[in-house]
Write a protein that binds this ligand. Structure first.
Ligand code: AVJ
Ligand code: FE
Length: 442
């Protein structure tokens, strides 16, 4: 078991709580003034100061009240930071804590959490604390909000607040394989997990899924390929579009990915407050499900189902078991573009060492990948520890995304992790790869 020793696990938890908090401050009070933290840059997003206090309020709720049995510190603010009470568009009108108050509040919560950590028993009979589950849930929650805050930064106008820490790609791109696909032979695989201690309810339980043979792209679809779709009139031909997607295309007026503009005969994109030529070899980013679906049909392909994505990412046909990551069970920094080390996806051909058993590349990191699947619970699903994490979103309204992006922290991603969003959303760091049924099209 990865966390056999409770003291070592608690040390890791304390470290990871510190890592994620540094990240949260690095996206808020360290880099932006009060006005920028309280402003709403888009009705799709919360003011950054809401996210900041919300992660602390969530931490108070789960780690102080639930895990440690303490009384509410400030019961009067719970309602303000309950995501289900107030939609994002409404949040700037609430009497929110100021940036200074939020910083103080979440800092106080944090010191109480660290003070109580040693006295909370990680009882294997209590699913909330067994394996440190609820602490893992809180760390992952803050990382997810940090990625949401990065999307807010991307939408923000005004002078740049974030610097790309590296101008150069982390790895020199290797062999280009933008057009390549691999055949995944027919057969069963293990989908989801029952033994990953920090996995969410929607990743559980592990179950066997038997898939017919399919092809899947080795790499995500690049900007160059997506530009070919645009230039072939892809946005103007209803044959490629889902009927609801065609309606979205008509009513939104969109004819290119979010943040793209045509300038002097070339495509440029705005990225964290700067404008740059669209890099042809990076995965296309900021496309909605309808655009991904239309591109795939134009290319003579289709989006992979969620199960097809996961089998290509996790299944090892030699050992007949699913891996935690495409390359194995242990996270290794050099194998994927995760964790906000750059503020953009990597070039096609990078991270070849992160390939799955089938040779499929860059499944984790770079861009979230749209799948064709609606978000549902697996057979035997049981909501835990609260139905508002995932169960209330099950149904036909949301499409599943897999794999995480360059902005996703490694603690908040694994081959079984499931994300979801509306098919019209493009402010997230979303791209896609294609799949194909043998004998059909292409
Ligand atoms: C899993 C990313 C869809 O941001 O809505 C944050 C994560 N849940 N707070 C979201 C989440 C509660 C969730 N996603
Ligand atoms: Fe939240």
């Amino acid at each position: 078991a990865p966390f056999a020793d409770e003291a070592a696990l608690k040390e890791l938890i304390a470290d990871e709580l510190g890592v994620v908090r540094d990240r949260s401050f690095g996206l808020t009070t360290d880099v932006l003034a009060e006005d920028d933290l309280t402003a709403q840059v888009s009705p799709l997003m919360s003011p950054l100061v809401w996210d900041l206090a919300h992660v602390g309020n969530y931490e108070e709720l789960w780690l102080l009240r639930q895990a440690s049995g303490q009384d509410a510190m400030r019961p009067e603010i719970d309602d303000l930071y309950d995501a289900f009470e107030h939609p994002r568009a409404e949040r700037p009108t609430l009497p929110l804590l100021s940036p200074d108050e939020a910083r103080t509040y979440i800092g106080t919560v944090r010191s109480k959490v660290l003070d109580s950590l040693s006295s909370v028993r990680f009882d294997t009979a209590n699913p909330l604390t067994s394996g440190g589950f609820v602490y893992g849930m809180v760390v992952q929650h803050e990382h997810m909000h940090d990625e949401t805050m990065l999307a807010t930064h991307q939408l923000r106008r005004g002078s740049p607040a974030l610097l790309d820490p590296r101008a150069e790609p982390l790895q020199k791109p290797g062999r280009g394989s933008g057009g390549d696909e691999v055949l995944i032979e027919a057969g069963p695989f293990q989908m989801g997990t029952s033994d990953d201690p920090w996995a969410y309810d929607n990743e559980r339980p592990v179950h066997i899924v038997d898939l017919p043979a399919y092809y899947i792209d080795v790499e995500p679809v690049t900007n160059a390929s997506y530009i070919a779709f645009i230039e072939a009139g892809g946005y103007d031909d209803p044959r490629w579009w889902d009927p609801a997607g065609w309606e979205w295309r008509n009513s939104s007026g969109k004819r290119a990915p979010a943040f793209w503009e045509r300038e002097g005969g070339q495509w440029v994109r705005r990225r964290f407050g700067r404008t740059e030529p669209v890099p042809p070899g990076q995965p296309v980013q900021h496309v909605c499900w309808y655009e991904a679906d239309a591109y795939a049909r134009w290319a003579g392909k289709r989006l992979p189902t969620e199960a097809e994505w996961e089998k290509a990412a996790r299944w090892d046909p030699d050992t007949e078991r699913s891996r935690r990551f495409p390359w194995g069970d242990v996270y290794e920094e050099a194998r994927a573009n995760l964790g906000q080390r750059t503020l953009h996806p990597s070039e096609t051909g990078s991270y070849a060492s992160g390939a799955s058993a089938y040779g499929v590349r860059r499944l984790l990191g770079d861009v979230w990948e749209w799948t064709s699947s609606d978000f549902h619970g697996y057979p035997g699903f049981r909501s835990f520890p609260y139905k508002e994490y995932s169960e209330v979103f099950f149904g036909p309204d949301y499409k599943v995304l897999r794999g995480g992006s360059w902005a996703t922290h490694p603690l908040a991603i694994r081959g079984s992790f499931r994300n979801w969003d509306y098919p019209i959303r493009r402010q997230i760091f979303s791209g896609f790869r294609c799949a194909r049924t043998p004998g059909e099209a292409c």
